[in-house]
Design a protein around this ligand. Structure first.
Ligand code: AMP
Length: 411
């Protein structure tokens, strides 16, 4: 969607209402930042106890597929944004007929479909991991031949935090993955051979097979961009994932300056190429040969930008509100080296126990979720210290994250 009517021409001033599709922690932190600026918020979420609900002026409880609920949110809002990408793009496009949706739906469609995203990046000349789209069961042998092992099988839609992903290192694992692929096509009966397909291979793909890259580090850059093309970027974060979930972000990233600069340059070029409005998070692999490869895009605030809440002069959430409201983007200055560590369900009891005696350099953010399931993001901690090494030592010394000690003992 690039039509003029979906983007507000005049700045949206405080006092107006920003509607958010999604009431998770990102929605909550957008609303907290925007409320401080004087905006009102309406939130749509299916969960009665959505984290953003207590900080919203209006709460619409409903499924994201429920068009009437979307319209109710639209009616309560002067502008609507989304805080996650697993939405029905058609429904969002329909909503954009009646209320501005500055992020648009074009990037949403890409970001929710791994094959479309990779195809768009490749077409734009941006580096991605070697991959093959699997639109029919019989695409499998050629995909395995071209990509080779080790590889990752990923569902094209619906996957997040390591879900919908299988790692293939051996022929036996490849055979098991093939069985998963064939079963998925059998279940729905879609994608049979000879079936007339109106869409291209990428759009019709149910899985992608992607080469597993031996990266030196993972990086991400968050770009804020307004509808008029003005941009601001946040310093690149070095990210460590454990079992497919972001464990921590380290800023400044421990990479050469030239790598940081190249990551920022690529992220800005991608945001411009895809005409992103709001925020675009670009995740990279920094390979052993020095190359940067784009892993994933997220057209919204991102977990790897949570460090900005305490360590930067403008947070990603404030910047998002500024970008979608058409206000000037805030200056971005890093106040201090910082390590952001996620607090998952399994970390919460130890964190709460440590809280009364926690080092004053820890800034604790909790999302108000009632149920602390393992792997569920309950909050995060920003540790501001004189160096990232010191912040990492402080995190480990708490004993809250056994992964830190395990990694040091077994790097
Ligand atoms: P994703 O959901 O695609 O971002 O994957 C989650 C995490 O899995 C990434 O941040 C990496 O740590 C790992 N991963 C995904 N794809 C690859 C790949 N092609 N090579 C190596 N690691 C990967």
């Amino acid at each position: 969607m690039r039509s003029k009517d979906v983007r507000p021409e005049a700045p949206l001033l405080p006092g107006r209402t920003i509607g958010i599709l999604g009431g998770g922690q990102l929605g909550r932190m957008i609303a907290l930042a925007g409320r401080a600026m004087g905006y009102r918020f309406a939130v749509l979420d299916p969960a009665e106890e959505a984290p953003a609900r207590p900080v919203a002026d209006v709460f619409v409880r409903g499924e994201f597929s429920d068009r009437a609920a979307l319209l109710r949110l639209g009616a309560a809002s002067d502008v609507v944004v989304y805080e996650f990408e697993h939405l029905d793009a058609e429904a969002v496009a329909a909503l954009a007929e009646s209320v501005p949706v500055p992020q648009g739906t074009a990037l949403l469609r890409l970001a929710q479909h791994r094959a479309l995203e990779k195809a768009a990046l490749s077409a734009g000349g941006f580096p991605v991991a070697p991959y093959a789209a699997i639109a029919r069961p019989e695409d499998w042998p050629a995909a395995l031949r071209t990509v080779g092992l080790p590889a990752l099988l990923k569902t094209t839609t619906g996957g997040y935090d390591g879900k919908g992903q299988w790692r293939l290192r051996t022929a036996a694992e490849a055979a098991a993955a093939e069985a998963i692929v064939r079963a998925a096509f059998r279940e729905t009966g879609a994608g049979r051979s000879g079936e007339a397909r109106s869409e291209g291979d990428a759009a019709g793909a149910r899985f992608i097979l992607e080469r597993e890259l031996a990266f030196r580090a993972e990086l991400s850059v968050i770009v804020a961009r307004r509808a008029d093309g003005a941009m601001a970027t946040f310093p690149p974060a070095e990210n460590v994932h454990v079992r497919g979930i972001l464990h921590r972000s380290i800023v400044p990233a421990r990479v050469p300056k030239t790598v940081e600069e190249r990551a920022v340059e690529l992220a800005r070029a991608i945001a411009t190429h895809l005409d992103a409005v709001g925020l675009l998070a670009v995740e990279f692999f920094w390979l052993k040969d020095g190359a940067l490869v784009v892993n994933e895009l997220a057209p919204r605030p991102h977990n790897t930008g949570h460090y900005t809440l305490d360590a930067a002069s403008t947070s990603q959430f404030e910047q998002f509100v500024r970008a979608v409201s058409g206000l000037p983007l805030g200056a971005v200055r890093l106040w201090s080296p910082v390590v952001m560590v996620n607090v998952l369900g399994e970390h919460l009891p130890a964190l709460l126990k440590a809280l009364p005696t926690l080092d004053p350099r820890f800034k604790v953010h909790l999302y108000g979720k009632a149920e602390a399931r393992p792997g569920r993001k309950m909050g995060h901690v920003n540790i501001l210290a004189d160096s990232v090494e010191e912040a990492l030592r402080l995190a480990e010394a708490t004993g809250v994250w056994p992964e830190l000690q395990a990694e040091r003992e077994n790097p």
